[in-house]
Design a protein around this ligand. Sequence first.
Ligand SMILES: NC(=O)c1ccc[n+]([C@@H]2O[C@H](COP(=O)([O-])OP(=O)(O)OC[C@H]3O[C@@H](n4cnc5c(N)ncnc54)[C@H](O)[C@@H]3O)[C@@H](O)[C@H]2O)c1
Length: 365
Amino acid sequence: MHTITIHTTKAYEILMEEGLLATAAEHISKVLPPAEDGHAAKSAPRKCCVVCDKTVHQLYGQKSQPLLTGLLEAGYSVHVYVFDPGEKSKTLRTAEDLCGFLFENHFGRNDFIIALGGGVCGDLAGFASSIYMRGIPYVQIPTTLLAMADSSIGGKTGVNAEAGKNMLGTFWQPALVIADPETFETLSETELLNGLAEIIKAGFIGDTSIFDAISEGLPAATAKAIQVKKDIVEEDEFEGGKRKLLNFGHTIGHAIETCSKYTVPHGFAVMTGMYLTALAADERGWSSEPMAGFIKSAIDAFAYPVYTDCTAAELAAAAKDDKKHEADNITIIYPDRPGTCAMKELPISDLEVFIASGLTKAQGR
Ligand SMILES: NC(=O)c1ccc[n+]([C@@H]2O[C@H](COP(=O)([O-])OP(=O)(O)OC[C@H]3O[C@@H](n4cnc5c(N)ncnc54)[C@H](O)[C@@H]3O)[C@@H](O)[C@H]2O)c1
């Protein structure tokens, strides 16, 4: 088994192995024992709430399936909360509904949540666990490539708001991450590409050997992407500085997602965002060497569609609402050289021109 420990304010392990869902309960019970000393009701088994969307519920969340069977056998009282798949469920309303479900089932501060699913589930369930009774533990069991390589690690939780994506959120580290790459087998080609985009992003930010690892297989590439994220979040857990590098492509990417009403998947939007940023940064001579060609070669290698129907004005308006802007400036993460990104403050008033230059070059005008 591959084990990576994340040393943040609360240290936790990421366990990765094919078939790990079947023995997940065994590992969870070491971190969150079914009848822990100090548990509110020592005589009653500790409760856990498996949170998953309808698709993942069918695949891995049934009481007859290995994860839940294992949890029941380990002695937990198991509850299951199911929501509709997709970004549209990542809202305060769903988080409140989930908290209501926990109250109805008398969850106490020592009980916990299991986020079983993709990034939407992890962000939503992690957020609910951070606010329920001022915070209860949660375990991440990512089942998409995107969630395994990126969103299940680092403790960023949140939901979307009218004002934009992830506008309501917390930093709340999981107690454990259980990663079973066998779950990739049921992912569609689109979902695999969606997740691969975050792995490629990690390659651009911190480790170009990721590009070779991709040809060795997704688990190897995922482990390398996790290592890049680990190094960054350990240095800057609360995104005061270096962690912003993980947002490469996300300022424009989030704007594309918002403008498309979330019809463009996150990874595809980020890929487009990274490319447009590189084109605009090259035009301004920011990077130590021109980088747009390097980024385009990764896009072409996996045949990502680089497109957006949105105008620069629409994207700039959406990005201005994004939480990553401070005062009159917005932090732009741009590729500096292969495997290294850098940051620059751009006046908000210049953002539309910046995006327009990327769009114009991408469209070959
Ligand atoms: N917290 C972070 O650090 C962080 C980082 C990156 C992205 N994110 C967030 O992650 C979200 C995107 O995550 P996502 O792409 O995983 O989306 P998702 O959770 O919606 O999953 C995508 C789809 O895959 C399905 N699915 C999940 N596991 C499956 C499996 N094993 N087999 C078949 N289908 C499966 C889901 O039902 C869903 O329809 C966005 O909301 C984004 O903001 C968060």
